[in-house]
Each structure stands twice: as structure tokens, then as C-alpha cells.
Design a protein around this ligand. Structure first.
Ligand code: URA
Length: 194
């Protein structure tokens, strides 16, 4: 299965009746599909549902700042969500919806073969490594099928905190870990291919 095939298949997905009724569109993902870094958020919000691009609203602005703080841009990553459709009134995704979107994310990872996966918030972290408690585990490195996984605090939590500068500093530190790890993984790959 190729990237475009997977995308076309899921752009017309109708596995979750309630989400199909309420969504404007399926938000498959954006960025560089050949990137070494895959970011996984929770679910599209209102701006994402309108524009069809993950993290294009307020949380996205914070995310862009975090990426820029370590010299990365949206072209250096691919970004998607645990589920591809906006839940009504931004409620949490249900277990069933996460499960309905599971093979899509598994297949995306299989196709992209990223070196690093960044899970944004508890839902994505639970989905990929079966762990929650983001306040304790953010910035630590986990393994998922030989891919390095780094959970990070969701930018929405930073917004809810009233833009707490200490929290933002911690979030930037986690992005430094991500950038260093991606660099290390790419250097290793180049070494083996040399
Ligand atoms: N929050 C998410 O988790 N994903 C988005 O795409 C936007 C906001």
C-alpha cells in the first residue's frame, strides 16, 4: 500500500457514523510524507475540520513555535491525529473511534517508516505505547517496533495553563530531545548506508 492509496481510502472513510454526520471533512494529515519525524495529535478541532489541515488553529501556532525553537518546520515533519475526524463539540474520541482509526495509523507508520514518533498528549501516547500520565512521561524516550517514541504535552494544555512560561520551557526542552534524536537516527542511517 502506498501513501496516496491510503490517503484516498481514508478520505472517504465512513467507519464512525457519528463523526461522519458531524465532520466537514476527513483530516488525513499534512507536511512531508517522507519525513523522519511523525507527529500524532488527538483529533481535529474546529479550524482543522474547516481547513483540512491538522494543528492549523491556536494549538498549531504553539506547535509551530516549538518546532521553530529547535530549527524545525512543518516541512521537516508529517503530522496526523489519533482519529481523522472532528468529534462533535470537540468531545474526547471514544475507544471505538480510536479503534476504527487504528489500522490507518498502523499502515501510515508502516509506509512512512519514521525514525521518531512524537505523541502529542495522552490519547496519542496511549494509542502508540499504551501509556498515559503525560505530565510525568513527557520528554522520555520509548520504543515502538524499533521506532523511538517521545510523548509531549499537548499545546492545548499550555493554552489552558494561561501560557505558563515554565511549562513552555519544559515543552521546548522536549522538542530539543526530539530534534537531537532525529538527527542521531538520521546520522546512524547515513553511516550504515555509506
Ligand atoms: N488538537 C489536536 O490534537 N489535533 C489537531 O489537529 C488540532 C488540535
Amino acid at each position: 500500500m502506498q501513501f496516496d492509496q491510503l490517503k484516498q481510502e481514508y478520505l472517504k472513510c465512513n467507519k464512525c457514523p457519528q463523526l461522519c454526520d458531524s465532520r466537514i471533512q476527513v483530516v488525513f494529515g499534512s507536511g512531508n510524507e517522507k519525513a523522519q519525524i511523525l507527529l500524532v495529535g488527538e483529533a481535529p478541532g474546529s479550524s482543522e475540520d474547516k481547513q483540512g489541515i491538522p494543528f492549523c488553529g491556536m494549538s498549531g501556532k504553539i506547535l509551530n513555535e516549538l518546532l521553530a525553537s529547535v530549527g524545525l518546520s512543518r516541512e521537516d515533519i508529517f503530522i496526523t491525529n489519533t482519529i481523522l475526524c472532528r468529534p462533535p463539540k470537540n468531545r474526547n474520541p471514544t475507544k471505538e473511534e480510536i479503534n476504527n482509526c487504528k489500522s490507518r495509523l498502523d499502515q501510515l507508520i508502516e509506509i512512512m517508516q519514521p525514525k521518531v514518533i512524537v505523541t502529542i498528549g495522552n490519547f496519542a501516547t496511549d494509542r502508540i505505547i499504551g501509556k498515559t500520565g503525560i505530565k510525568t512521561i513527557h520528554g522520555k524516550v520509548f520504543d515502538y517496533n524499533n521506532i523511538k517514541v517521545i510523548p509531549v504535552v499537548h499545546p492545548a494544555s499550555y493554552l489552558y495553563s494561561g501560557r505558563n512560561p515554565e511549562l513552555f520551557k519544559e515543552m521546548k526542552d522536549d522538542f530539543k530531545v526530539i530534534a537531537d534524536l532525529a538527527q542521531e537516527e538520521v546520522s546512524q542511517k547515513n553511516l550504515f548506508e555509506f
